[in-house]
Write a new protein. Structure first.
Length: 283
């Protein structure tokens, strides 16, 4: 009982990137657990509107700050989500995969940044005994995504809602697996709650694969859009397949995704429809 109280009721938690898509949902979940939450964001890709509903919560604190500069605060745990999101270009994998990165590719800075961060985390863990957890996130979607973030789900939904042509790169047979944000947040919390000896890395994602054409057709159907598909050349280093092996998450965390793509897209479409309607009223 004492452990449960300490775990869920009294922690001071820092969420960097807390005004972003995933960070804001994580702040919601942590506050629901009874945590005190310090949200730090420089609004490079995050938005104050994502956490506006939390500003009156006495256990929530917001700080505008860029984490490339030192930040001195006393907290019990940190979730580091301060990073502009971009698809990582690797294929089906488990946690033993070391990465096969084009070091001069157009998006290599994201890939290499992730690898360097994992290295630094493990060095601090080994040299200083710092408790760490490493999660490897796969394609995630849901409400509060930035409509211009370049991710395929947001691109397709915005194009379909506007009745614009939906852009398919290559032949559209490349596949991705899409994890709804609520499932991912559950995975975050489960990993943080796991025994200290389990540092990860641990894949958190949805292993069900869909082709880009299947995704586009589902979005068009759910919206009832008149959008047509158009093809553009495949970007450099774009993978044919990206799908997580979540055996470790199932075994160590008793975690697996629950929200099916059609269900998750329905709520995501509703969010974007409301957002675009509000923008139209402002204009």
């Amino acid at each position: 009982m004492e452990r449960s109280k300490r775990q869920y009721g009294t922690k001071r938690t820092l969420v960097t990137g807390g005004a972003g898509f995933l960070g804001s949902h994580l702040c919601d979940a942590l506050l629901a657990r009874g945590h005190e939450v310090l949200c730090v964001d420089n609004y490079f890709t995050g938005a104050r509107g994502n956490i506006a509903h939390l500003l009156d919560n006495p256990r929530f604190e917001l700080m505008r700050h860029d984490v490339t500069f030192p930040l001195y605060v006393e907290v019990d745990e940190i979730y580091n989500l301060a990073c502009p999101a971009s698809p990582v270009h690797i294929a089906v994998q488990d946690e033993s995969y070391w990465g096969n990165v084009n070091p001069i590719g157009i998006r290599s800075c994201y890939d290499e940044g992730k690898r360097a961060a994992e290295t630094l985390f493990m060095d601090y863990h080994r040299q200083h005994g710092l408790d760490i957890k490493i999660v490897r996130i796969f394609n995630t979607y849901g409400p509060r995504m930035n409509p211009s973030d370049g991710r395929v789900v947001s691109n397709f939904i915005v194009q379909a809602l506007k009745g614009e042509p939906i852009t398919i790169y290559g032949d559209g047979q490349q596949t991705r697996s899409f994890c709804y944000y609520a499932d991912l947040i559950r995975g975050f919390l489960s990993l943080m709650d796991s025994e200290a000896s389990f540092t990860g890395p641990c894949n958190i994602g949805n292993p069900n694969e869909f082709s880009m054409i299947e995704l586009a057709e589902m979005v068009i159907e759910l919206i009832g859009s008149s959008s047509k598909l158009i093809n553009q050349p495949l970007p450099q280093d774009d993978p044919k397949q990206r799908c997580p092996d979540i055996t470790l998450a199932r075994t160590k965390l008793d975690w697996e995704p629950k929200v099916q793509l059609r269900e998750g897209l329905t709520s995501t479409i509703a969010y974007f429809d409301k957002l675009l309607s509000a923008d139209a009223l402002v204009v």
